[in-house]
Design a binder for this molecule. Sequence first.
Ligand code: SF4
Length: 549
Amino acid sequence: MELREWQEKLKDKVAKAIKENFLVAINAPTGSGKTIFSLLILKILQKKGVYVVRTHNEYFPIYRDLKKIDTKLRFSFIVGKPASCPFADKDVDPEDINCKYCELKERIREVDTNEKPPLQLLRELKKNAIEERFCPYYSLFNSLQEADVIAITYPYFFIDRFRESLGIDFEDYLVIVDEAHNLDRVGEIEERRLSEFTINMAIKEVKSKEAINTLERIKEELKKIVLPDEKYIKLDKVPQISTLELEILADEYEDLRKRMLENKQIKRIYLGAVIRFYTLLSTGEFAPFSHSGKIVLKNPNIGEYLRILNDESYSFLLMSGTLPPKEYIEKVWGVSRRIYYVDVEKEVKKRISGTYDCIIGIDITSKYDLRSETLWKKYSNYLLKIYYQAKKHVLAIFPSYAMMNEVMKYIDLPKYIEKEDTIIDEVYEEIRKHDKIIISAVGRGKLSEGIELTEQGKSLISDVVIAGIPYPPPDDYLKLVAQKLSEKLNGKEEEFLFKIPALITVKQSIGRAIRGVDDHAKVWLLDKRFDSLWWKKNLNCFNATKMRL
Ligand code: SF4
């Protein structure tokens, strides 16, 4: 197999750094061949590999590239119970499925995980499981032991109890964390939310008067303290629940779980979400915030989840197209071991991905105190202009849902507007109906990172619009994070907690249009604050065209 120039040039250096126990961090753009590169490193080191990725969709490139490199190496993967249990709906919580009531629990079958692409195999296992009487979840678990290359999602590695449940000795593997910029959000895995909607649904599920009364009371108290704002506002108190009340709810939950398995149809149990919320609250490690009409429990100490990166008995390779700088990894993620950081384009001194032209709108800004109806109209006028000149679809990224909805109400063109519960398939369906649409989404939402619109390997997005700098809102959560990190950040809070996260969001959004070496896009930076040295340097936009409407 012919290697690309950067792969050839860097493979031995990276392998050597891993042998010398450095944590290796590789920043290389999308489509540059990072997965193949990491598989090469495994071959050089003669090691087995665990790929830790964000979503199940990312399993396929690992499987595909492994076949290209070496057909003898065995691939396997694990997915959670909601995705693999033949009795469960996809949106259930893993804890809604209580396997102790299931007759298939001990029925493990040998699965050839090398035979077919992972998600196709998973579909077939689920389809045949009931008739052929085996459990896909435990069968896949079993297959991990024999595999040379394993794919898992973030929770299975970064949450101690899940990692331990795999029964894998990670010291024997190279742990490859893909799309590692997402480590910033690793704490979200354990977050719990409580909303009026969840409680109303839970009320419909329970039977006893006591349980109904408890839930009604919690709901009324919740309504008084939550705010609709799309930012985290610290709450001093949350609706309380006594041990006895929690026990009553837990008994009802257990009955529901049992009944659903008996009926062989497991649906999402909202009561479980209420119980998990209070169980997590009782640990004292999570702080309650109001966010968009819900109470959210968040842990401001992400270093706790990432502590494992400092364990020198483990070897790590972090990869991303938008990896934060080394100093950020040390200070914000708390990595104290030696890091070998490779920015591939700098190392090989040339671009290894597609290209883009930058256009900066210098008569507009989304700065909070300047927001008004006039501003929304102006952003919409920009969008119209961009849409009419675009060759393909337009992706417009906004700092918040509120701002996006204000601007998009003026757009009367084929469009898709992201919602909090957007499913990516809806977008694909919409683009099939039109030659050209505006896909509007929020920074750090599902579409700014998750969407991949390509045809024959080329992107179907020709224009990316950044409608205002997508800084994280300066809310109470960020203040708590800043407090925890203040000693390490040493006055660089603005850069580390606002600018770098916003830069990653912008680069990720641009990456939606640059899927391969031949892609070329226009990037419209619609905020005059982009016309600064910091932004132009970090976005490689020194030759940006400036425009006014
Ligand atoms: S099939 Fe049975 S044992 Fe397997 S995940 Fe579903 S409930 Fe659990």
